[in-house]
Write a protein of this length. Structure first.
Length: 205
């Protein structure tokens, strides 16, 4: 959906708010973004100053990403972000106000544990990232997100310990993921043929 809004009170600037129905938290979007930017006095001289002013002074939310291409904006919108395009600015904002429904975190049905955590991973990658991050409280723990699949535009996350993983192995995994040529990636199994060695004739992955 598209909604045209005016940013600022004295020198209002036209802006467009782009959202995907059912993917954003409308209440959160109104509180954290729309109300603030519509009722704030902005003093600026150039479009660059306006962009930075909105970024630093107005948008008091945790997740705010700068977007400089339409492809990135579309991908972020389909991931539950609200896209804010400001008149005169050559970049856009992606506002983290995801509000889509997903399966709750529960005990894995296929791997029952007798001791320890009973949390199982779910479908949204951001939720899984937070579950793993709570378990590994190490500043060397890295999470790199990337998008694969020419049609599905699936977001995946590569997790590793910076000082533990061999650099050669990490570079090889990244190279193979970049060579993913399938149109869709709906499950982890779609990645297996691209991560396995070409001469691996084993019956098992």
């Amino acid at each position: 959906s598209l909604r045209e809004i005016l940013i600022g009170t004295k020198r209002p600037v036209k802006a467009e708010l782009i959202t995907i129905e059912g993917m954003v938290n409308k209440e959160g979007l109104s509180i954290t973004a729309i109300n603030q930017i519509m009722n704030t006095e902005l003093v600026y001289k150039t479009s660059e100053e306006l962009f930075e002013l909105i970024k630093l002074s107005v948008m008091s939310i945790a997740e705010l990403v700068e977007v400089d291409t339409f492809e990135k904006a579309i991908n972020m919108a389909f991931s539950g972000f609200a896209i804010l395009a400001v008149d005169g600015c050559n970049k856009m904002f992606a506002i983290g106000v995801q509000g889509f429904n997903f399966r709750g975190v529960s005990e894995p049905e296929s791997e029952v544990v007798q001791r320890g955590s009973r949390e199982g991973l779910v479908e949204p990658v951001r939720v899984n990232m937070s579950i793993i991050r709570r378990r590994i409280k190490n500043p060397k723990f890295r999470m790199e997100t990337m998008t694969i699949g020419t049609l599905s535009k699936t977001e995946i996350c590569l997790c590793y310990l910076d000082e533990k993983v061999p650099k050669r192995v990490l570079a090889e995994v990244k190279a193979r993921l970049k060579n993913f040529t399938a149109e869709t990636a709906l499950a982890a199994g779609y990645l297996v043929p691209f991560l396995e060695d070409k001469k691996d004739y084993s019956l098992f992955s």
